[in-house]
Write a protein that binds this ligand. Structure first.
Ligand code: DAH
Length: 345
């Protein structure tokens, strides 16, 4: 039995060494280690070995099996150049696996676009807290406690005089208290109002605020900056219209419209209802933001001398800009996170 084991070991080692390719090696493997292979047979013949020799013979066959298996493995990796051939199979005609790449939410993207236009004009981006106090949200901006315009900005109250800011304007006051003119800043961020949610209202939305203060800022500077902004956002042919309005923190104040981006004002002359533009309703104009010259009272509140500095400010709703730019019909789509909607941007 021991001779037979030695004989099989010798011939196995020889055959493995002689195997020139994977096929020959596989044949040799089956011959020795296969289910009916010579080494497997040795185990089966253990029954005929005397009990005194059985332990030793068992050990010899086991060690033969280990040696042969290792020799086969070594040879197999030598033949495949040290690599597993199965892993090497590359079918270059198969279509590739497209990786899903994430991208910015349409609101983040619109904020970046809006700020980008002002950054190109030399503005800096500044941020402020979403949890604000009554002083900055109202009083510093010349909205006294009993002022009726406070209703429109009223919001979610937390403890004491803290609340979720109803606009980004409080950051104007916060910034001016800590910095001296001249400066030009844009302030993007979330704002909150207790509005019932519908297609055009959300209790949380985003604004971008602008503030420029120096020693000789005029209304024409405001017009110039906003006209450039509107052209960059909505196209070179966009026209602007400034309508007199009221905000406690600006004087004079204006509401700013752009020529309708859908009908360019064409449908204004259309007498018949069915030809009226669905976006502007035939008015030819759509409102995009509020603006004005900073009220001297606001300058006083933050410790500036209104005789020495002037400035302009503006504030716009980001969702509104995105809705107009991308033709979206419902503000809720921005916040539902339906991937079919988000994928389109
Ligand atoms: N804070 C105003 C709002 O939320 C928007 C606004 C209007 C901001 C005029 C301004 C401005 O800075 O000058 O409705």
């Amino acid at each position: 039995m021991k001779d037979k084991i030695r004989e099989i070991e010798k011939s196995a080692v020889e055959e493995i060494a002689l195997a020139a390719d994977a096929d020959m090696l596989e044949k040799a493997r089956v011959k020795y280690l296969g289910r009916k292979g010579l080494i497997t047979e040795l185990f089966k013949n253990m029954g005929g070995v005397s009990s005194s020799e059985r332990a030793e013979v068992g050990r010899l066959i086991n060690s033969l099996k280990v040696t042969a298996s290792k020799a086969f493995d070594d040879k197999a990796s030598a033949i495949s150049g040290g690599r597993d051939l199965k892993c090497q199979k590359v079918d270059i005609t198969l279509p590739g696996i497209a990786r899903e790449i994430g991208h910015l939410h349409p609101i983040s993207r619109t904020i970046e676009e809006i700020c980008g236009v002002f950054i190109s004009l030399g503005f800096k981006v500044v941020e402020g807290p979403e949890i604000e106090n009554e002083h900055y949200n109202f009083e510093a901006l010349n909205i006294p406690l009993e002022h009726p315009s406070r209703d429109a900005f009223d919001t979610f109250y937390l403890a004491d005089k803290w609340l979720l800011r109803s606009h980004t304007s409080p950051v104007q006051a916060r910034f001016m208290e800590k910095n001296n003119p001249p400066f030009a800043i844009v302030i993007p961020g979330k704002v909150y109002r207790p509005d019932a949610t519908d297609a055009s209202h959300s209790f949380m939305f985003h604004q971008v605020e602008g503030l420029v203060v120096s020693d000789n800022i005029r209304f024409s500077d405001l017009k110039g900056a906003l006209t450039l902004f509107a052209r960059q956002m909505f196209g070179e042919t966009t026209k602007m219209r400034f309508r007199p309005s009221f905000f406690p923190f600006t004087e004079p104040s204006a509401e700013v419209d752009i020529s309708c981006i859908l009908c360019s004002g064409e449908s204004r002359s259309a007498g018949h209802d069915s030809r009226r533009c669905s976006l502007c309703g035939g008015k030819g104009w759509i409102e995009i933001l509020g603006a004005g010259m900073v009220n001297p009272k606001v300058f006083k509140n933050v410790g500036y001398d209104p005789e020495k500095v002037t400035g302009f400010a503006f504030g716009m709703g980001v969702e509104r800009i995105a809705i107009l730019k991308y033709g979206i019909t419902d503000i809720r789509m921005f916040f539902e996170n339906d991937i079919r909607f988000l994928r389109q941007f």
